[in-house]
Write a protein that binds this ligand. Structure first.
Ligand SMILES: *Cc1c(COP(=O)(O)O)cnc(C)c1O
Length: 430
């Protein structure tokens, strides 16, 4: 038997009951202390690299209060849309503390990023000419690398990368860097992200190795020294009880050894390293709290919640596992097998299939773990489901509401010619 993780909840049933009296479930709760601890750990493990920076991917949890906490801890922000750039600027990040790593990028995104003097990651060789015409040449030319299939120790690895829409081939990178030099750009960066929710730390080491080797090649062939290398994100978290977290200390040490062998000895130092870990920082510090509405027996037992897939898309979309606890029944053994469902008219709307839980009753409060990244950020409003609130559990034990739940008025706000008056939807008077 593998040893199982212990997952803990930083609040009690009593606290949630009090909160839910005023603000009905479902809602998200984020644990400030946990988020601060995670970011401090990451920054500490890479502190050997002068100028190391974490560009937190705003999409993982797009709330300014959370980004503000991360900024207090020294994070920068990685954005890929106008609202995300607004978020980063809104918390006071400026200039090269903001990065635009988009793909299929639109003109408004390029323009705003240029005006902000953010670092812009180009994902397409055509983008250099495009941005020059649209908003002027960037000060730093940072390109997104997709290495394709890679031979490592005689083995072909990362075969799936040719299907990835992100990044450019090596020959395209070389050509684009050369073009940038010709146009007078003097500062260069490299971005590569080939992992996604990956629990194999060696893959982060691979990422660094591929980038360092490319940096050496770049220096040798066209005489460019990279100012920074952005290793991206994609570090996974143990959603399941038997999974082990990546030992980032060990990973960072391996990268350090490689940096000293290849980058320092290759006369390429100083080269700053960047990371863009989202899930690793906030994933485990978010909880979705919901109430059991009904327990139905048909061909199976269905535990129906007041939350739906519209509040947490991952299980329905990817079949992702999110651990579930029933508040106040944590000590009771799981005895009944349920499909845990929401109320969408869509059979995908299941948080868990055949999950053994303590016997459930109407009014029980369930908590989903590990929804601090790609939870609230991916909500949608199918079936007229209103988007849920977010609370921040502060260091002092208080709950701060950092986003209210939507109302029908919010739901209809963008409809033209109609408006909500009282409880009624009415055609607007001319
Ligand atoms: C999504 C994304 C990240 C973050 O990925 P995590 O899995 O949350 O670490 C970082 N960089 C880019 C460019 C991304 O698209």
């Amino acid at each position: 038997m593998p040893t199982l993780n212990k997952k803990t909840i930083p609040f009690t049933l009593k606290q949630i009951r009090i909160l839910a009296r005023k603000y009905p479930t479902p809602f998200y709760v984020y644990d400030e202390a946990g988020i601060r601890k995670s970011i401090r750990n990451l920054l500490e493990t890479f502190s050997w690299n002068q100028g190391f920076k974490e560009y937190f991917p705003v999409k993982a949890i797009p709330n300014p209060e959370i980004l503000n906490i991360l900024k207090e801890e020294g994070c920068c922000a990685d954005c890929c849309s106008v609202p995300e750039l607004m978020l980063a600027k809104g918390v006071g990040l400026t200039g090269e503390s903001i990065m635009l790593t988009s793909n299929d990028t639109g003109p408004e995104e390029f323009k705003m990023a240029r005006q902000t003097r953010a670092i812009i990651n180009l994902d397409d060789p055509n983008h250099l000419r495009y941005i020059e015409k649209l908003a002027g040449l960037p000060e730093v030319l940072c390109l997104r690398y997709n290495p394709g299939p890679i031979k490592q120790k005689g083995r072909l690895t990362w075969k799936h990368l040719t299907d990835q829409k992100f990044g450019m081939r090596k020959d395209q990178l070389l050509k684009t860097y050369k073009q940038g030099m010709k146009k007078g750009i003097r500062r260069f960066g490299l971005h590569m992200m080939i992992m996604s929710n990956d629990l194999n730390g060696e893959h982060f080491v691979d990422t660094a190795r591929i980038c360092f080797d490319f940096a050496i090649e770049l220096r040798r062939t066209i005489g460019i020294n990279l100012e920074f290398i952005d290793l991206g994100g994609g570090v996974g978290i143990p959603y399941r009880l038997y999974q082990k977290p990546i030992n980032m200390t060990a990973v960072a040490e391996k990268i350090r050894t490689m940096y000293e062998e290849r980058v320092s000895n290759g006369d390429l130092a100083p080269c700053r390293l960047f990371a863009e870990c989202g899930r690793l920082i906030t994933g485990q510090h978010g909880y979705l709290v919901a109430t059991v509405r009904s327990v139905k027996e048909s061909y199976k037992y269905f535990a129906g919640l007041d939350a739906t897939m519209a509040d947490l898309m991952r299980p329905g979309m990817y079949g992702s596992y999110h651990h579930i606890s029933v508040l106040g029944k944590q000590d009771k053994g799981p005895t009944v097998i349920y499909d845990v469902i929401g109320s969408l008219c869509e059979n995908n709307d299941k948080f868990a299939i055949d999950r053994k839980l303590p016997s459930l009753a109407q009014g029980d409060i369930v908590v989903f773990y590990d929804v601090g990244a790609y939870g609230r950020g991916k909500v949608f409003d199918f079936n007229g489901k209103l988007r849920p609130a977010e609370f921040l559990l502060r260091d002092d034990g208080s709950f701060q509401r950092i986003r209210r739940a939507e109302t029908p008025k919010d739901y209809f706000r963008t409809i033209c010619g109609w408006e909500v008056r009282g409880e009624k939807l009415k055609r607007q008077e001319p």
